[in-house]
Design a protein around this ligand. Structure first.
Ligand code: AMO
Length: 435
């Protein structure tokens, strides 16, 4: 068995290592058998290197093993690094030993080299194999970089990371769209968001964030809805909508800037020339958007929700720059949203959109217990079922604001993928519970 400690990753290989003996571990990406010479591409988590096996210059059993290899076999290679003008990395490896650690079936349902593309359904069916493709290597490394940026950005600004329960007793985002769970004979639900807990924690830690799954039992069938998604949530005490909009704007710019800087290879694989958005992001009042749409001859009135069609029309005006739509009608927002003091029909709430898609939403919250109870009732909900949350509003609830950002929606727009499923390892939609 190969010793992991002595292995070298493909990313560590360089022409300066010419003549050095190395141990490599990985998968057979492709084999080209030309008779007297066999080229094997070995893939590990960092990239691909070419192994050149030439009759006469390697032991005959190495040539034999090389000829027997098929795609996705797991191999251990001992060989010598050689500078090369032709090979991609400027080097190739001449093996003197190849050991097959795990044999793959000859027929692999997905072409990992990408020469024969498969449709998205097939790719998701064989997701682990699909994830071995270069495009996915790039997407999920970028996701990792984005998460790192989010964490360090928020920590630098005094936020602490928290985890709130995902099995809960009451709805957070309204009564519909809840997955029921049998909790030892009682009815429980999967959390639609960490909303109520993050608000409570604001009265303790002042600035909290959570990166965790959220569950929505929505029977959607779109390219941007999933039934389980990762939500990046923040909540901030002594802040209002405008404070957290600015924070979100800064974070988005930082994410784009870091990805552009740190993920050059990944962006190249995806063929993306990432443009870092400029601050400040355009801000449009909800009522301005309605006026614009009416001017364009679209049948819509104040109080209507904005559909994807509406946002597609409106975003033509904005282009690729992320933009805010704010001061939404109170009736369109969840009960915890603060109505404007001077006009309670409007609320201190916002969405952040990239082109036609909402990637985040948030606002100032109600911190007054009576008003919160009234808003719960006005939304047709029962304050009694929120009693365990409402009680804490008696003991010093600071004014607060926050937002929730859909990680995969952001990635989808940033990486210009057509479907949110492409940027989720194991998407859960209406029809997909496996793998
Ligand atoms: P909201 O319901 O708007 O707000 O959700 C916040 C963000 O989460 C993403 N999102 C989704 N992504 C994929 N599939 C879905 N079905 C889905 N639903 C939502 C979107 C959206 O902008 N508690 C509030 C946030 C807050 O005010 O702090 C909330 O959950 O990108």
């Amino acid at each position: 068995m190969p010793v992991c400690r002595s292995r070298v990753f493909t990313s560590q290989l360089s022409p300066e290592m010419d003549g050095r003996v190395v141990h490599l571990l990985g998968w057979v990406h492709d084999v080209r058998d030309l008779g007297k010479i066999v080229f094997v591409l070995l893939r590990d988590k960092e990239g691909i290197v070419q192994l050149t096996i030439k009759a006469g210059s390697v032991p005959s059993e190495v040539l034999e093993i090389a000829k027997s290899l098929s795609r996705e076999d797991v191999i251990h290679v001992e060989g010598v690094v050689k500078k090369s003008q032709i090979a991609k990395l400027g080097i190739e490896v001449i093996p003197y030993k190849i050991e097959v650690i795990s044999k793959s079936d000859r027929v692999v349902p997905i072409d990992i080299t990408g020469k024969t593309p498969a449709d998205l359904n097939t790719r998701l069916k064989y997701r682990v194999l699909d994830l071995r493709r270069a495009e996915n290597w790039a997407i999920f490394r970028i996701q990792h970089a984005v998460l790192q940026v989010i964490r360090s950005f928020l920590v630098e600004r005094g936020f602490i990371e928290v985890f709130t329960p995902k099995i809960i007793a009451t709805a957070t985002e309204g009564g519909a769209n809840l997955f029921r769970v049998d909790y030892f004979g009682k009815v429980a639900y999967l959390a639609q968001s960490p909303q109520l807990y993050k608000e409570q924690l604001c009265a303790v830690f002042e600035r909290v964030f959570e990166i965790a799954p959220a569950f929505r039992a929505e029977k959607h069938d779109t390219n941007y809805h999933l039934n389980e998604f990762i939500s990046v949530d923040i909540e901030m005490a002594f802040a209002d909508m405008f404070d957290v909009m600015e924070l979100l704007e800064d974070l988005i710019v930082e994410i784009y800037r870091s990805v552009k800087d740190r993920c050059r290879r990944e962006l190249q694989v995806l063929g993306i020339d990432l443009r870092v958005p400029e601050k400040p992001f355009p801000r449009f009042k909800y009522s301005e958007v309605i006026d614009y749409l009416v001017e364009r001859g679209i049948e819509v009135k104040w109080g209507d929700d904005l559909s994807t069609y509406h946002l597609k029309v409106f975003s033509e005006r904005v282009g690729q720059q992320p933009y805010f739509i704010y001061y939404w009608p109170t009736a369109l927002r969840p009960f915890y949203t603060k109505p404007c003091d001077d006009n309670p029909e409007e609320s201190e709430s916002f969405d952040l959109n990239i082109e036609w898609l909402e990637v985040a939403s948030g606002g100032t919250r109600i911190h007054d217990k009576d008003l919160l109870e009234r808003r719960i009732r006005e939304q047709g909900l029962d304050p009694q079922s929120f009693s365990s949350h409402l009680q804490f509003f008696k003991y010093g609830m600071p004014p607060h604001a926050g937002w929730g950002l859909g990680l995969s929606r952001l990635l989808m727009m940033m990486l210009r993928r057509k479907d949110i499923r492409e940027v989720v390892l194991y998407p859960r939609d209406r029809y997909r519970l496996e793998p």
